[in-house]
Design a protein around this ligand. Structure first.
Ligand code: X8Z
Ligand code: ZN
Length: 601
């Protein structure tokens, strides 16, 4: 599971289970932990490659049989982890060298979906996980006599400006998740039991434990960062709501209260860049649309990926291996079911890196391509680390690498360098550009936060199955100021309509990545000697920046992330001031636009 989407199931834990065993078994000699961990790493690496291959096949070819095989291997992998984690508990409190001590901790943190330690439980967890992911990935909806895939439905959400059609497609996709609810509740119970077996109070605590701090300290850290950016989000929300009201009228989008979820250009209202045309500043419009330019300049999916590779090689990193091109899935196949949600893989934890995505030729996927390649370049950079250090400094770092690169790759300066744009717009286009970026990056923050706040409540028992949907919408309202387009059916399970909930992938990582990427960008631009506004900075071709960046990536998870952050940025804390620096001119502009409006919801 480790390599998957970086990684569908990598994760977090610290464990105190096994104290009884540690008391009754003879105290191991000090040299033992190192020998144990080396044996464990060898076993884990072999199992990991086996599991990766089964997962790759199922994700590229969803059938009854590939699900069966993936679930079988997944169960075996979970059993191995449970056994090793129990054995590792024998070394609690035993002196070990620093690397071994860290590995012992990471071993317990490795599996994000742990199974209870009793016969049949690992297989059941694996079956439910595979099943939910497969329901999501093969989901279809019927609208206006047509059968739509999620890809088709996303296109409607992005392009249609007909509220009735938007509502129908939005509701149609969310209905796909209704049958997941019972399995999800069952799975949550099993995973919690697995997490408790690892010494955590529940699975949410286990997930929060993967950030080199106590689980509760991580939750507080996220809240601290959110407080830094929340005023900005509220300004954006206020401006966008007013423009939606102007376009659709009071009956569709009232002037006050939450924004209707299906009007924001995205199925989950998580990135709003697709409605830039609706909210474009009056009198200061953008002179180009990357959505239009890419097809006009002859881009296809493969060329987008080659272009992404070109950015990484310009930093001095090695080209992708030939096998990447032979084995990746870059466009949606027409003859079979696949998991279209984009992911990056390293099958053998060495050089067999691949992406799997149903790429569309548009601005959103231009950025996603850079995002996924970031995972691959990170995987390759730490490939020489021992197995348990082959991971991001934390999960947020893994998600931030490619986004950091995309912050340069989306600048007009860079787009002109590669011939996509003919002229670099002047200062008058700074606000339109920043607004476009904020629609994606600032709008994302409360979504990135609320997904796991919901799961933490599910896992700690605050939210029971009967309240799943209401609790989801309560959080969406509280953090995002978003409401569904109409009353939700009593049996709705809207969280399951989001990939990471159905597939069991932790989500706080993306919130953190949306902070880290701006810290990386600010630091890289300073290293490059950039003196202008941050949003105009591109580090394309800067080998010195690339060298330092590679130095950070090569460390993998071998030391606590603050030390690794320091290597590239000189900072040792997560800090949203880089987000504020980047968007400063826009925030001032939004405040001016919102004058006289009653903001908030
Ligand atoms: O899932 C992803 C990546 C794969 S790790 C495409 N992202 C999140 C999402 O789609 O919800 C990237 C941004 C947030
Ligand atoms: Zn990712």
């Amino acid at each position: 599971m480790k390599a998957k989407l970086l990684a569908a199931a990598a994760a977090a834990v610290l464990m105190c289970a096994g104290h009884a065993a540690a008391q009754s078994a003879p105290r191991p000699a000090p040299a033992e932990p190192k020998a144990f961990i080396e044996r464990a790493e060898a076993e884990l690496a072999a199992m990991n490659e086996y599991a990766n291959r089964a997962q790759w096949i199922r994700a590229n070819f969803i059938t009854e049989d590939t699900q069966w095989i993936e679930a079988k291997v997944g169960g075996e992998q979970k059993e191995l982890f449970t056994r090793l984690a129990k054995e590792a508990a024998r070394f609690d409190g035993v002196a070990a060298d620093a690397a071994t001590a860290r590995k012992l901790k990471l071993l317990k943190l490795f599996l994000s979906l742990p199974a209870p330690d009793r016969p049949g439980a690992a297989a059941e967890v694996a079956q439910l996980t595979t099943k939910l992911d497969s329901i999501y990935s093969t989901g279809k909806l019927q609208v206006g006599g047509k059968t739509l895939t999620l890809n088709d439905a996303e296109d409607v959400l992005a392009e249609s400006r007909d509220p009735a059609q938007l509502k129908a497609v939005w509701e149609g996709w969310h209905a796909v998740a209704t049958p997941m609810k019972g399995d999800y509740a069952k799975l949550a119970g099993l995973l919690n039991e697995g997490a408790r077996g690892m010494g955590y109070k529940d699975l949410g605590a286990l997930w929060r434990g993967g950030y080199d701090m106590e689980p509760d300290a991580f939750a507080a850290e996220e809240d601290r960062l959110w407080k830094q950016v929340e005023p900005f989000y509220r300004n954006l929300h206020c401006y966008v709501r007013a423009r939606l009201n102007a376009k659709y009228g009071d009956a569709v989008q009232p002037k006050t209260g939450p924004i209707r979820a299906d009007l924001l250009g995205n199925m989950w209202a998580q990135q709003w860049g697709n409605i830039y045309d609706v909210v474009e500043p009056k009198g200061a419009s953008s002179s180009y649309s990357l959505d239009k330019l890419l097809p006009e300049k002859g881009y296809d999916a493969v060329r987008m990926v080659k272009t992404g590779e070109g950015f990484y090689t310009s930093l001095g990193l090695a080209p992708l291996p030939e096998t990447f091109w032979e084995r990746s899935l870059i466009t949606r196949p027409r003859d079979r079911e696949v998991v279209c949600h984009a992911s990056a893989w390293n099958l053998d934890d060495r050089n067999d890196i691949r992406i799997k995505m149903c790429t569309k030729v548009n601005a959103e996927d231009f950025q996603t391509v850079h995002h996924e390649l970031g995972h691959n370049y990170y995987q390759r950079a730490y490939a020489d680390q021992p197995f348990l250090f082959k991971n991001g400094a934390n999960e947020g770092f893994h998600e931030a690498i490619g986004d950091f690169v995309a912050l340069s790759a989306i600048t007009p300066t860079y787009l002109k360098q590669i011939g996509v744009l003919d002229t670099v717009p002047g200062e008058s286009e700074d606000i339109p550009f920043l607004l476009k970026m904020a629609l994606d990056k600032i709008a994302f923050l409360p979504f990135g936060l609320m997904v796991d706040k919901w799961r933490w409540q599910v896992f700690d028992g605050t939210v029971q199955p009967a309240q799943y949907n209401d609790a989801w919408w309560a959080l969406k309202l509280k953090y995002q100021g978003i409401a569904p387009p109409g009353p939700r059916p009593a049996d709705a399970f809207d969280p399951g309509a989001k990939y990471h909930v159905a597939a069991g992938v932790p989500y706080a990582r993306y919130f953190m990545a949306h902070i880290y990427q701006f810290q990386f960008h600010r630091a890289a631009c300073a290293q490059a000697g950039w003196k202008g506004p941050l949003h105009r900075c591109s580090v394309y071709g800067d080998k010195a920046v690339g060298e330092k960046f590679d130095r950070m990536m090569r460390l993998g998870q071998s030391q606590p992330w603050p030390e690794t952050l320091k290597v590239f940025t000189g900072e040792t804390r997560s800090d949203a001031s880089a987000v504020a620096d980047y968007f400063k001119p826009l925030d001032a502009w939004l405040v001016k636009q919102n004058r006289g409006q009653q903001c908030g919801w």
